[in-house]
Design a protein around this ligand. Structure first.
Ligand code: ADP
Length: 170
């Protein structure tokens, strides 16, 4: 297959910003492999397995989206999966420097890999997984920002944490 792109990230959890990028990518690439980074150092809220399952819950009927966990070098993962394109999203200003560094490093590691940047719709340009978690923790509505089933997962997670915290407090 010619046109395979890898879309790597933490996806902790997947937001409508990520979904917007994937859906735009599907108009360009034959297949998108969403690569969920297994990086315990980042201390994710959701386990890798759960992050993969949440993305799969959105794309269960989309045969051109595959979701896989990965660790190690992205260029190796791309090679193994016969992908020559790395797809990344660019939000307002903040992403630019880091994304530029990563793209150059990946090109240095494997000159055949191209990084393809996509810009989301304006309404998602300031949306991040981090923000979603912060609002979720404070009990705010995430409607329109993440899929309903994922909002439920976040609420459950924080309810559980609240219980543990209350138990500790006595
Ligand atoms: P990472 O830990 O690699 O930054 P993320 O899950 O936060 O992982 O993001 C994965 C990719 O998706 C990155 O390229 C990031 O810039 C992009 N992205 C995240 N949120 C959005 C959004 N709201 N709109 C567009 N791109 C986004």
């Amino acid at each position: 297959m010619k046109n395979v792109a890898v879309y790597p990230g933490s996806f902790d959890p997947i937001t409508n910003g990520h979904v917007d990028i994937i859906n735009r990518g599907l108009r360009i690439f034959e297949k998108i492999i969403v690569a969920v980074l297994e990086n315990p150092k980042k201390k994710p809220l959701f386990s890798t397995k759960k992050r993969v399952a949440m993305i799969n819950s959105i794309y269960q009927n989309e045969k051109n989206v595959e979701v896989k966990a990965f660790e190690g070098l992205l260029v190796e993962f791309a090679k193994k999966n016969k992908a020559k394109i790395v797809m990344r999203g660019l939000r307002a200003i903040s992403d630019f420097e880091y994304e530029f560094q990563m793209a150059l490093m990946n090109k240095k590691l494997d000159s055949k890999i191209e990084t393809f940047f996509m810009v989301p719709s304006l309404q998602y340009s300031f949306l991040s997984s981090k923000l979603v978690k912060e609002v979720g923790m404070l009990g705010g509505s995430l409607s329109g920002l993440i899929a309903p089933q994922i909002e439920k997962n976040i609420m459950e997670k924080f309810k559980k944490n609240k219980k543990i915290y209350n138990m500790k407090k006595g």
